[in-house]
Design a protein around this ligand. Structure first.
Ligand code: ADP
Ligand code: MG
Length: 449
């Protein structure tokens, strides 16, 4: 079982940065008695939360590759594993030096930057072009226009990538600058540790002396009073020295409950940009880029199919692609459209699910919006009716797999081009509008209930 888990780990290791791999997967073990879900034991609750939130798709894909089947993964805390970590910590510190190697073989001062995340390999599309433009502006004119730059968005949409990309670009322009990249969790841990070891002045000197401060997932700092206080002072000092600060978060500052108002207003004084889930074209382009980087060839029609089936975010997209490539390699198969069709259908919620019940879809939509069947099928085209109608068209086509003509008949004799337009429109809106994403999820839940 341990050998199997090592196999899983080696697949995961190929897909994420070495730093992340060590941070999240060191001291993980598998529970040998578990089969489905496979239980992965982890040293603490924070790692559990992070693995669940950030790495589930990758771990699940790797587990399915090694153990076969369609099984899920669950992370459970086992504190006995944490002790082991302490013993190994010094060793990790030494090893982490090699992480700071950047192309050109110049060593960077422990900045934590991941050299593989660059502006060049960041695919720009409708969902992220604003954030990309802001990042470019910061690279051209750091410490001036957009300070701080606050990037927010759902998980796996490229926030961390973009942040490292700015760091790498600025550092390339001027290798003497000191860059600090850290998660807010690391900032918190370092701070707490500095208090315990009575080394707060060293802590402050380190964090306040950089020329570029990148702080990832700032949402974790909310609610931690003393860390927020410390961060506030760090931020102020950096700001007064015109040091560029970039932050990321899963939501905008004004939605971070428990974030001190004075911090919130500091964050809002710069530029706030969001990154949305990638639209279809961007997803295909991301897949193309990832294949090229990995040196793997996957036919274009297969990439299109993967992009159609994986609509959530770039991380899941990448996870799916890698799962497909790895499985093909393990089984010595050529990646063609039939193979990929099979693979994309294999996951939960995939294409092979039985079609949803169309009557239930229609009643769920009506109930959700509190409208009558006659409204849904009738001719009136006010906004309150157009959205439910188009959502119904989308669900009937995508989830119930009903052809456009037939949907036209079901919805009061509408032309098939109207239905096509409605479905396309929804496809596009769903990618960028979270409110509509939420509606869709809730309606689907009602249908499935
Ligand atoms: P977040 O920090 O928003 O959760 P990440 O930056 O960690 O997301 O991105 C997850 C994965 O998806 C990374 O491997 C990243 O390289 C990739 N990715 C996300 N967006 C893009 C993009 N626009 N172009 C290329 N790769 C992307
Ligand atoms: Mg991130």
């Amino acid at each position: 079982m341990d050998r199997q888990w090592n196999k899983v780990l080696s697949i995961i290791k190929d897909q994420i940065s070495l730093g992340n791999f060590r941070q999240w997967f060191a001291n993980t073990q598998i529970d040998p008695s578990s089969t489905d879900p496979v239980i992965v034991r982890v040293p603490n609750a924070f790692i559990q939360e992070q693995l669940t939130k950030r790495y589930s798709p990758i771990v699940e894909a790797a587990v399915q590759t090694v153990f076969g089947g369609n099984r899920g993964v669950e992370f459970k805390v086992d504190t006995s594993l944490a002790v082991k970590k302490k013993d190994e910590e010094t060793e990790h510190e030494d090893e982490s030096l090699e992480l700071n190697f950047v192309p050109g073989h110049i060593q960077q001062n422990n900045s934590g930057l991941n050299p593989t995340y660059t502006m060049d390999n960041f695919v720009v599309g409708l969902s992220n072009n604003l954030a990309y433009a802001a990042a470019q502006a910061v690279i051209q004119n750091p410490n001036t226009t957009y300070n701080p730059l606050f990037i927010w968005g759902g998980t796996g949409v490229g926030k961390t990538h973009l942040m490292h990309a700015v760091g790498n670009a600025l550092w390339q322009k001027n290798p003497t600058i000191k860059v600090i990249y850290c998660s807010s969790e690391k900032f918190t841990n370092d701070f707490v540790e500095s208090i315990q070891t009575k080394k707060t002045s060293e802590f402050r000197a380190r964090y306040r002396s950089c020329n570029l401060f990148l702080i990832d997932d700032i949402q974790f700092i909310a609610g931690r009073d003393s860390t927020q206080e410390e961060f506030f002072h760090t931020f102020n000092e950096l700001h007064s020295k015109n040091t560029q600060v970039i932050l990321t978060s899963d939501r905008p500052p004004y939605e971070l409950q428990k974030l001190e108002p004075r911090l919130s207003s500091r964050f809002q004084a710069g530029l706030i940009v969001d990154v949305q889930a990638p639209d279809f074209d961007t997803r295909v382009a991301i897949l193309r880029t990832k294949c090229k980087e990995r040196g793997d060839f996957v036919p274009e029609e297969c990439l299109t199919l993967i992009a159609e089936h994986t609509q959530t975010n770039a991380r899941e997209l990448e996870g799916k692609l890698i799962q497909i490539i790895q499985t093909a390699k393990l089984q010595n198969l050529t990646i063609d459209i039939d193979y990929v069709r099979n693979q994309v259908g294999a996951g939960r919620g995939g294409a092979n699910n039985p079609p949803a019940d169309s009557k239930k879809v229609i009643t769920s939509v009506n109930q959700y919006f509190n409208i009558k069947m006659a409204d849904l099928t009738g001719p009136r085209r006010n906004k309150e009716l157009v959205l439910p109608r188009q959502l119904a068209m989308y669900l009937l086509h995508v989830d119930c797999k009903i052809p456009f003509e037939k949907i036209g008949d079901m919805l009061g004799g509408r032309d098939h081009t109207t239905i096509m337009h409605g479905v396309d429109k929804m496809r596009e809106v769903i990618n960028r509008d979270r409110e509509i994403q939420r509606m869709l999820i809730e309606i689907k839940q009602a249908v499935a209930a």
